[in-house]
Design a protein around this ligand. Structure first.
Ligand code: PLP
Length: 402
């Protein structure tokens, strides 16, 4: 294994790999730095992306234990209707809804589990409104560890019941806001010497970067021009980009894709900061959005994303509630049943291609981050298209010509 440490993502200060806190004292996000990546090689003969790219994992080899089969998700060409809708001809879909608990969070949860194993920790603690708690509870169950999940009081029961069903301990925390609850949970865990993992933790990003390795293989060594995804805590976007940075450091690729940061217009602290003169992140007032999984109103460590957008010429765009609801249905009509937050990318891409920020011939990947199965709230209108019939009508409906 290569030498490893954590470094802060803007001022590049080193921290021990074992650090319990997820952020530097000055609030910057941390990331794993691996020595000797220029010599890292891909083990082409192995099956499974974690095994082929094991040189990029900051843990001892042979840690394949406790996998639930995460990653190795399909890359699919988008259908003509989605291409037409976005105005992008070379449009691809990376389907992360196929992960074991229905979202990309599983990639990060596995690596966090390995971290806990290495550090001899028996508890996987997290703060979540849904997918992360679900994923953490599943991996805790798989490994015989205990999951502690703090959820805001507003988290819907149908989202949090599965966490308890896996055997996780779920606590609904009464607090003035989710942001405040997260701050206090991080603070308290640090005082207790307990590692509490949030969506922007450095070890989670180590799992997320494997999506990039898969794209590298699936495009046969070519690199997409743009990768669009919904952003909240910011761990996913920086994890994916880190994967490409490491492939470049290892000499496998010679250029980097541009990330497209997408948020709901109702809650867009990062996109707003990117588009502002100052680049400063101003906390967003809490407003409801159907994109429930992307509601960080003031994401800690988010300045890294604003900085990277400038340095690497990323793009940023929002989607309104009406646009999200429309895109949610369009994706289903294209064969993809996602949760509403994942649908934000479609209208965002349409705007960016319409105003020329994304060239028509660019190769663009949409990351579908989470499955629609866990959030059925927008489906009630479909009831209109479900009909009750008698046996004598079977023939009529089968032969109806429309
Ligand atoms: C967590 C999540 C996101 C946001 O990812 P971050 O790493 O928090 O930026 C987007 N979509 C879904 C479905 C998620 O579960």
């Amino acid at each position: 294994m290569l030498g490893r440490r954590l470094i802060s993502t803007i001022s590049h200060q080193p921290y021990p790999f074992s650090r319990i806190e997820e952020y530097a004292e000055n609030g910057e996000a941390l990331e794993v730095q691996l020595d000797g990546l220029d010599r890292a090689r891909i083990d082409e003969l192995k099956t499974g992306v974690l095994n082929r790219f094991s040189a990029f994992i900051p843990f001892e080899k042979g840690k394949a234990s406790c996998s639930l089969g995460e990653g190795d998700t399909p890359l699919l060409e988008a259908d003509p209707s989605l291409k037409k809708d976005t105005g992008i001809e070379n449009l691809w879909i990376k389907d992360e809804t196929r992960n074991p608990t229905g979202s990309f969070k599983d990639r990060g949860s596995l690596l966090c589990l390995w971290m806990a194993e290495e550090m001899g920790e028996s508890v996987l603690a997290t703060v979540s409104t849904g997918n992360m708690g679900h994923s953490t509870a599943a991996y805790a169950a798989r490994s015989g560890k205990r999951a502690i999940v703090f959820v805001p009081e507003f988290a819907p029961m149908e989202k949090i019941m599965p966490m308890a069903f896996y055997g996780g301990r779920v606590y609904r925390v009464q607090a003035p806001s989710y942001a405040e609850m997260k701050d206090r949970a991080l603070q308290t865990a640090s005082q207790c010497g307990i590692r509490l993992v949030t969506g922007n933790g450095p070890i989670r990003c180590e799992g997320y970067k494997f999506l990039s390795f898969e794209l590298y293989e699936q495009f046969q060594g070519q690199i997409p021009d743009y990768i669009a995804l919904p952003v909240s805590a910011c761990g996913h976007v920086r994890g994916i980009f880190k994967g490409f940075r490491e492939l470049m450091e290892a000499g496998f690729i010679s250029r980097l894709p541009k990330m497209v940061v997408v948020q709901a217009a109702q809650n867009a602290p990062i996109v707003q900061a990117i588009k502002s003169e100052s680049g400063e992140i101003l906390p967003f007032p809490v407003k409801p959005t159907v994109a429930e999984a992307i509601t960080s109103t003031n994401p800690p460590g988010g300045s890294e994303i604003v900085e990277k957008t400038k340095t690497y010429h990323w793009l940023a765009e929002t989607a309104t509630e009406a646009e999200i609801i429309d895109a949610h249905r369009k994706l289903a009509r294209g064969g993809f049943f996602v949760e509403p937050s994942s649908a934000t990318v479609l209208p965002a891409l349409r705007k960016l291609s319409a105003n020329g920020q994304i060239p028509r011939d660019a190769r663009v990947v949409i990351v579908l981050t989470g499955s629609g199965m866990k959030d059925l709230s927008l489906l009630s209108q479909s009831a209109r298209d479900i009909h009750t019939i008698g046996l004598e009508e079977l023939e009529k409906v089968l032969t109806k010509n429309e």
